[in-house]
Write a protein that binds this ligand. Sequence first.
Ligand SMILES: [Zn+2]
Length: 362
Amino acid sequence: MAWQEVVGHEAQIDRFRRNLRSGRLASAFLFVGPDGIGKQLFARKLTQTLFCEVNPEYECNPCGQCPVCLQVIKGTHPDLHYVELLPGTAEIRTAQIVGGAIRINDKEEHFPGVCYEVNLKPIRARRKVVIINDADSLNNTSTANLLKTLEEPPPGAVMILLGTSLSQQLDTIISRCQILSFNALLPEQIQQILLQQQVVDDPNEALELAMIANGSVGLARRYSESDLLETRRELLGLLTALPQQAEKLSAMVIGLVDGKSLSRREKMDQLDFLTSIVVTCFHQVALQLSGQPPSGDPVLIDVSRQIASAWPGDVETALACIDRTLETAYHGRANANVKTLVEVWVDDLSQIWLTGGFKLPT
Ligand SMILES: [Zn+2]
């Protein structure tokens, strides 16, 4: 039942199902994959599996409804210990691992430390579970202290570390954990989650959010609270008749990436966001020019169909637009003058469109 909430990680669920059936569960895991794809939810579902008072753990099928399953999801189960970055900090503090006091908002707070907690006798479950979110942010001292517990955990205890990639982890951690890789989600999977979690009600809007979220539910959620969808629709609308609307398109992009109040980082993020929309669109155009059906949300499909039907060139020329756009994003990061960069880029796209890729004499 409860695993149904986890979308898109069937192979990983299967692996635990096999492990639990055979009674061979490792004691330390490192889950790696991009942020916002459900690693944390997965870790909690696994904890429910181990703690559920209705279904035995070898069934790998937590009920999701019993008081214990609910406690796990709420984070209030006494045998589940959770570590994550404290607000405003860039590192997991050593006190969170080995115990000690940390000053938070002028108040001293005492942390028992997970290395201590995991060694206590379980209160309600048969074992202790520790989830360390943000494992990328463990500093050397925390890691050094954690190693002993990872190497010789108390009987039955399970430690789950969540990070974004193996390159962010020290070899000493990697060698003591079983590694599970989690992939970015497909747009349709993100759409399903957004609807399931009632982030939005409209399936088309959910798919639009999914298309710009780069495989991350976290990003899609954040985008749902901004006006980025409107921006995307406007940009795609201008692209449909690019040669006639080149000036408008330039002005729109420059207005968004060259605002005085924006930091350099924000400008680059905006340019990345806008260029990635154009890349996705020309990718769909190229697919259609090569006889394949488009995919994505209705807005993207509609716009890319219109462009493909008016496109005088071949697939290569649509791919040239992608290359030209990626180049622009690259130069934007390399500190080029954004205004000129955008104007030349949009002008080049118009020229490719108008001439079918035939280079005009200069
Ligand atoms: Zn249960």
